[in-house]
Design a protein around this ligand. Sequence first.
Ligand SMILES: NC(=O)c1ccc[n+]([C@@H]2O[C@H](COP(=O)([O-])OP(=O)(O)OC[C@H]3O[C@@H](n4cnc5c(N)ncnc54)[C@H](O)[C@@H]3O)[C@@H](O)[C@H]2O)c1
Length: 321
Amino acid sequence: MQSSHAVVTGGAGFLGSHLCTALLDQGWAVTCVDDLSTGDAENVAHLRGRPGFTEAYTTVCEPFAVERPVDLVLHFASPASPADYLRLPLHTLETGSLGTRNALAVAREHHARFVLASTSEVYGDPRQHPQSESYWGNVNPVGPRSVYDEAKRFGEAMTVAEAEVNGTDTGIVRLFNTYGPRMRGHDGRAVPTFVRQALAGEPLTVTGDGRQTRSLTHVADTVRGVLAMAASDLRGPVNLGNPVEISMLDLARLVIRLTGSDSTIRHIERPTDDPSVRRPDITLARGKLQWEPRVSAEEGLAGTIAWYRERAAGGAEPVPA
Ligand SMILES: NC(=O)c1ccc[n+]([C@@H]2O[C@H](COP(=O)([O-])OP(=O)(O)OC[C@H]3O[C@@H](n4cnc5c(N)ncnc54)[C@H](O)[C@@H]3O)[C@@H](O)[C@H]2O)c1
């Protein structure tokens, strides 16, 4: 019997590679579509040779065809870290717009379920706290971060319109900050930056006074939530994130403690339009998907630090560039 087949765009990225692994583990065939603009084929090296796993290195900004029947499209292609989208502003906009259109076209053609990876960044610097899905957000449309925020907002609008006009089975997840193994150390996000700095004995660079909060979700929890969304017929958007908030200063202190590093903390300038608070209201995910995070920050960070240490022991850079 032929197994169900999922297309994961952005499959060679951080989240995409974990999704490819989880789907294969559940018996799916998986096609990983990626242009390697921010990802790395090394992220899926462990999947090569597994039955049903195919790599297709191409951009989603151009229409792409998938030869065999598709049951599920997980659209995760997009630069995600501020360092990447600030370096690739037009690419980010094109991937969120043209890329979403092309990924939706694959789902439509194959009558497949489609799930868009949207983001808590659609809430901008929120005036409502915690953020529920009904909140419309507070985004600067011409600020430096707008290339990402507005691309995702446009992607959401296009996904909703596709369902309305063509009847495609679509869902939207709004992911809050996710961390775990395979994040690149220089991608600008807090966890890999702090871990890289702590393991190198360098000062941990906390922006502003460090009181700004984020919700950190371990990748295992995010993957479980995305797959629950894929298996449902919910349109969303649905928040997937950890309702336990942590300030950047507390996160830095926790990383120092868990690594046993003697690093200090250095305060640096806060980026423009950096949100002050972030915390999801996950009532919808709890009620409709029976989902909530299970991995505590302490446990998840300890595992992530162990992974970076193992890489170092194997001769690789402790935190991949
Ligand atoms: N990691 C998080 O905390 C987080 C939070 C919210 C939303 N998301 C969303 O999840 C998705 C994955 O994020 P990530 O953290 O794994 O980032 P990532 O940069 O590790 O992965 C993104 C992948 O998409 C690929 N890609 C980018 N543009 C492409 C294009 N035009 N065509 C084909 N492939 C392309 C990249 O090469 C990369 O492999 C993104 O859509 C992101 O917006 C992530």
